[in-house]
Design a protein around this ligand. Structure first.
Ligand code: FEO
Length: 388
């Protein structure tokens, strides 16, 4: 448990979860993930959000210490996903007089999550633009539907100029600032919120009208200064599915090493031509990392072995993930492998045709079982075309 002052009367109570194996049951978090909650103390006290139920006891203990005997007046529920709402019922038991603050969708979801033991606390329903005065501090609420569930709302505190941004601007790993923040923030964005770029753009337009000194997300570090400016710029690019920088993701899925050799050869050719390259063995690296690199760079080379009359399952899963995340605006080159009837490129082309603004090069490389000199020449020619 960490308690940090964010600004003036705003403190963050943050739980670092290093026990979790897969976040949301699917994403590896080797550095863990934080669940951030925020306490504002004025004439009235307000807590924004709770934590995963597994940490309720330690977190309530820290809250008791942070309040130092003061009454807790409000619990604002920004997001009902259980990593943030999992301790609402426990908090209500500990603070039976607390008023819950949410929107109509929040409370419909809360009632679904607590069907057998409904939370019966006093409720304050807020809508777009509603304010909650705590004394000198005032929270103004803005709805942020689908960033990342329908009920999500953010709050801006005018005196300290803090935006409580819910899942937006979140990050895997530590709640303290750290060097790999940008990579893990993009992996978080692409995989958790990536599908909802239109809704993120709507939130960014609302944020543009505010004078923000600090952004406090529900996961990862609070953002201020240059890091905050950088984060807002990146969110603008990512949410338009525009590449963050020029470069190539070379992603491959093969069985006996020859497709891997072809992919490595392509990566080397691209590096010789001065490109930034990320190389991903889709069967061995978790797809969340490859999806993040697809959001990162402007081009992709996809290499897959033919399998069961289609193509390697790891590539199929990757393309399915990109389609789910609405990835668009990329240039793609294809490489396939097959011993008797290579057809991976045809199937990858079909999958890519279902995505928006994907420019797939007509030229492609076919590897007949093993990497021959002719294949190497074809790879070099394709690399030339991709970097022209
Ligand atoms: Fe961190 Fe959508 O919950």
């Amino acid at each position: 448990m960490n308690i940090n002052t964010i600004a003036g009367a705003v403190r963050r109570l943050s739980v670092m979860d290093t026990q979790i194996d897969l976040f949301e049951g699917q994403y590896p978090v080797p550095q863990g993930v934080s669940y951030n909650t925020h306490l504002i103390e004025d004439e009235k006290t307000a807590l924004l959000d709770t934590v995963d139920a597994r940490f309720a006891s330690a977190w309530l203990q820290a809250l008791l210490q942070a309040l130092g005997g003061k009454k807790l007046d409000y619990l604002v529920i920004s997001h009902m996903e259980p990593d943030h709402s999992g301790s609402v019922a426990a908090l209500c038991k500990a603070y039976p007089d607390v008023t819950l603050v949410g929107n109509a969708k929040t409370f419909a979801m809360l009632d679904r999550f607590t069907q057998d033991e409904p939370v019966a606390n006093q409720r304050l329903v807020v809508a777009e633009g509603a304010t909650l005065s705590l004394g000198e501090h005032v929270l103004r609420f803005a709805m942020a539907p689908m960033v990342h569930w329908p009920e999500v709302m953010v709050a801006y505190e005018e005196k300290e100029k803090v935006l409580f941004s819910a899942d937006a601007f979140g990050c895997f790993g530590s709640a303290d600032d750290y060097d790999d923040w940008e990579n893990e923030a993009r992996r978080y964005y692409a995989n958790i919120v990536g599908k909802y770029g239109v809704q993120v753009q709507a939130l960014l337009r609302k944020a543009q009208a505010l004078d923000i000194a600090v952004i406090c997300p529900l996961h990862g570090p609070a953002l201020s200064g240059e890091r905050m400016t950088r984060a807002i710029g990146l969110y603008d690019l990512w949410s338009k599915w525009m590449p963050q920088e020029k470069g190539v993701l070379v992603a491959y899925a093969g069985f006996h090493g020859h497709t891997a050799q072809a992919a490595e050869r392509m990566a080397a050719c691209l590096r010789e031509r001065g490109e930034h390259v990320a190389l991903a063995d889709l069967a061995r690296v978790h797809r969340s990392y490859a999806v993040s690199e697809a959001f990162h760079y402007d081009r992709m080379v996809l290499a897959a072995t033919t399998y069961d009359g289609a193509y390697a399952p790891a590539m199929e899963a990757f393309l399915s993930a990109l389609k789910h995340k609405n990835l668009q605006n990329r240039t793609v080159a294809l490489m396939e492998n097959g011993t008797w009837a290579p057809m991976a490129a045809k199937h990858m082309r079909a999958a890519l045709s279902e995505m928006k603004n994907m420019a797939v090069l007509d030229s492609q490389v076919t590897i007949c079982s093993a990497l021959s000199q002719k294949c190497c020449d074809d790879i070099a020619t394709l690399a030339d075309e991709l970097t022209r």
